[in-house]
Design a protein around this ligand. Structure first.
Ligand code: GUN
Length: 310
């Protein structure tokens, strides 16, 4: 009888066991290459407008990445940088892009500065241009399993699981963090993929118990080392959505870390997405995908179905 891979995995467990690294950068590059091909083949020119309000340094970096990526794929990409404290101007900018024929996707970078009502801004976006997928209409469609635009980070998480053949069906999935852009929508997606979903948050009192039961963990909190090896079920698959900026000297020269204490946890988990190079690039690639999809919808073009399956 030939040895199965399962047999080998068990045999070499002990110290040697290390998790598969879920290489978001590589999977994102693959998706972006496909987007470039489709743009050339179907002769579309998707347009993305990103609205940045205020001077948050991290947000400036993120929006620049989104613009650069859209330009590199042959799309139109622009950033509208607005001062803090101007809700009326933001609403007017959104309305301008709602009616601009060359702009197919509008994204308001979050978080918005204090005092600006996020829902009011998001609800001003025409749902057909909401490539973030977070307008109540789009979240509702996602909730009932009929998404038009699947929010970018949750979509990136599911694409990564799919790429590595990690099937959530019948598994216990623990999501930590219930934000509008990550935790809440990914709870719908995993539910529709037949996982048994627990959505934990800052008021959850039994996190150790929940961790010990989870086959899949998605951490979207923003706390370095929130997840260590304590309480983890062996062979858990972990998607680390945290992006935390920390002092470089205190961390071997690394300035960005996730929520997971990567080195020790990778000896217990069966799969883990790194930070950087995991979910971050997937989020940007999925925004490009949604913007491409938006251009097909708004230009009345027939979509190649095998590609537009998210
Ligand atoms: N801030 C961090 N990630 C995101 C995202 O995916 N969309 C928006 N709008 N803001 C963000």
């Amino acid at each position: 009888m030939a040895f199965s891979r399962d047999y080998l995995t068990t045999y070499f467990q002990d110290d040697e066991m290390t998790a598969r690294i879920l290489n978001g950068k590589a999977v994102a590059d693959e998706l972006c290459n496909k987007i470039t091909e489709i743009i050339a083949q179907y002769k579309v020119r998707p347009g993305l407008a990103v609205i940045l309000v205020g001077d948050d340094e991290a947000s400036k970096v993120y929006v620049e990445r989104k613009k650069e990526k859209s330009l590199s794929l042959g799309m139109k990409g622009r950033i509208l940088h607005m001062p803090e404290g101007s809700p009326q101007q933001i609403l007017e900018a959104i309305q301008m892009y709602n009616t601009a024929p060359d702009i197919h996707g509008i994204l308001v970078q979050l978080p918005l500065p204090k005092g600006i009502h996020t829902s009011q801004m998001i609800e001003k976006i025409n749902p057909i241009k909401d490539v973030d997928g977070i307008h109540p209409f789009n979240l509702g469609k996602l909730m009932i399993g009929e998404p038009i635009y699947t929010p970018c980070t949750p979509q990136g998480c599911i694409r990564l699981l799919k790429h590595y053949n990690i099937n959530p069906e019948g598994k216990r999935a623990l999501i930590i963090g219930r934000s509008r852009i990550v935790g809440l929508p990914i709870s719908f997606l995993l539910t529709h993929l037949n996982a048994t979903v627990t959505l934990a948050h800052s008021h959850s009192s039994n996190l150790p118990q929940l961790l010990s039961e989870a086959d899949i963990i998605v951490s979207a909190v923003g706390k370095p080392k929130l997840i260590g090896t304590n309480h983890l079920k062996p062979n858990v698959a972990i998607l680390d959505v945290g992006i935390n900026r920390i002092n470089q000297q205190a961390n071997n020269g690394q300035s960005v870390v996730g929520d997971v204490d990567f080195t020790p946890v990778s000896k217990v988990a069966s799969a883990i997405s790194p930070v950087p190079g995991g979910i971050g690039p997937m989020t940007v690639a999925c925004l490009m995908y949604n913007t491409l999809k938006a251009s097909f919808i708004q230009e009345g073009k027939t979509m190649p179905e095998q590609f537009f399956n998210f």
